[in-house]
Design a protein around this ligand. Structure first.
Ligand SMILES: [Zn+2]
Length: 113
């Protein structure tokens, strides 16, 4: 389950931040998970609970936001919204769109105390 190792990466980032900014408790972690990231939100939540145990983020609430995915269509020269990676252009039906966003997984915000 690769969500587990994603959570380990997140914990590393949190620990590095905790060292830098000298906080001892994380109250909220807000993650941005793109619809094309291949991340299963349920698995991510489960992994988060397990991985954060015993860390500064043990009691942190996990908030997940899913932004819309966007791609650039070369035939109509505009940016369009897509749902899945290989979706055709909703405006002209062209394929091979260039994904511009939606594949990201990042920490958007943290509340600490
Ligand atoms: Zn198009």
């Amino acid at each position: 389950m690769h969500e587990m190792s994603l959570c380990e990466n997140i914990l590393e980032i949190i620990n590095a931040q905790a060292d830098q900014q000298a906080f001892s408790k994380v109250d909220l972690v807000r993650l941005e998970v793109g619809p094309l990231s291949g991340v299963e939100v349920e698995a991510l939540r489960f992994g988060f609970d397990v991985v954060m145990r015993g860390s500064v983020a043990e009691k942190a609430r996990l908030d997940i936001i899913c932004p819309e995915a966007a791609a650039w269509c070369a035939s109509c020269n505009k940016t369009v919204s897509i749902i899945e990676r290989y979706d055709p252009c909703p405006a002209c039906g062209a394929v091979n769109l260039q994904i511009t966003s939606g594949g990201e997984l990042r920490i958007k915000e943290m509340e600490v105390s």
